[in-house]
Design a protein around this ligand. Sequence first.
Ligand SMILES: [Zn+2]
Length: 82
Amino acid sequence: MGQVRQPHNLWNRRCQFCGVLLLTGELHGSFCYGEQGNYAHAVAELPPLPAETQWLGSQLNISFLSTKLNLLFSFAAMETTE
Ligand SMILES: [Zn+2]
């Protein structure tokens, strides 16, 4: 039985346009949304979040509460669509 060859992919370079880490074989700017990337203007900038959402995101325990909040928002969304 032959040996399985281990892949030698590395995240050892950064995109020259946006600075994201590139995997072996990925090209600079190929999927890039940075200023000079191929898709720089493909997506419109999102509007700022509502003040309530910004406040919620800035709370120190937001990560701890994320599962509860996710359930809360999911059940609230189901109530509004059915
Ligand atoms: Zn890039």
